[in-house]
Design a protein. Sequence first.
Length: 461
Amino acid sequence: MLQIYNTLSRRKEPFRPLVPGRVGMYVCGMTVYDYCHIGHARVMVVFDAVQRWLRASGLDVVYVRNITDIDDKIIRRAVENGETISALTARFIAAMDEDAAALGVQKPDHEPRATQYVPQMLSLIGKLEANGLAYRAADGDVNFSVRDFPGYGRLSGKSLDDLRAGERVEVNSVKRDPLDFVLWKRTKDDEPAESRWESPWGRGRPGWHIECSAMSAALLGEQFDIHGGGADLQFPHHENEIAQSEGAHRHTFVNTWMHNGFVRVDDEKMSKSLGNFFTIRDVLKKYDPEVIRFFILRAHYRSPLNYSDAHLDDARGALTRLYTALKSVPPAAAAPIDWEEGHARSFRAAMDDDFNTPVAIAALFDLATEVNRSASTRLSGQLAGLGAILGLLGRDPQAFLQSGAGGAAAGAVDVDRMIAERSAAKKARDFARADAIRAELLAAGIVLEDKPGGVTEWRRA
């Protein structure tokens, strides 16, 4: 039975959907004012693998991942660029979609944008006000009264006094308490017209936290199965979502909370100030997108992920071994996975243990070893089928082995011409020239493999 680590209870729990056979899952998505970075890539790939396994397990999944297309950063960037908010967000939504597709991330069933759900947010704020949990401050903002919501801090494991002393807590003299957070923000006169909506509390725009409470309720119901996101969202964003949703609806909001770990770069926190900040597009210039996906899935989703060229190079070498097995022993005609086969049982046990992709991938390597030993096309098919569940091993093996950065082929090096020239040199017994061509190609990252019958194949180093 599937077990998932629940951040709220701090333990693994048997997963039992609210409605047998059906799963509602909401994941906090991107704020679209810039290109997605490697931390965003982890969120996208991790929860893509989660929804893939849920579906492979026979569950009917409704997967929602939102888009934040209105907030202070977006407004500020649009003004700086001299463009409309809608033009800015459309550009970066398109870029996000391109990055996600490159990484093999399937589109969610729903991808709601905050600006499309303002009426639902206003309704939710009205309920909070009626329940005595929201108030209008002197500056025109509508705030959530944290101390009036029992149990605030359960997700982060902090008391109200601990949170008040924390450096992340905003101090605002017009709030009743520094912990209180904005539900509806009064629009400033100099802000773009696109950033304001009419409301019972005056013109303004939604606070960041309220959008997810409203959109998840609209698409999944007031209570649903899984809510996910990065560990950085546990507090305050997800803590505030619980307070808003349960404060308005007076019952449990989410059954299982999932958070993926942080991304570090060479064992340091990734940040622009440290100069170690990488967009997905930066990384795709150097590495095949499937290598990046494989690198992310080799780590357990709750553990820190240490990004470095050395780790990505190692991931490329490891993925090459799996594809080499498929190339050596092409799978037989497509067939369903045999879940009674030993490697498949190991794979299933790993995935059912809190989506333990490192152990599942280890089962793939054991299977590849058996494929190489036995030359079994049936086992080769098992390898391809299990890999596909993780969004891996779906390409023509030779195409992968010959791909480079961004999945591109050899590029400027005319490999076929140089192989032909080397073959001619060998026939002329000019072995020095043949060896020089091999060395030249190797320096360009191309490995030659001489096969029986005088055939030479090549792959990326």
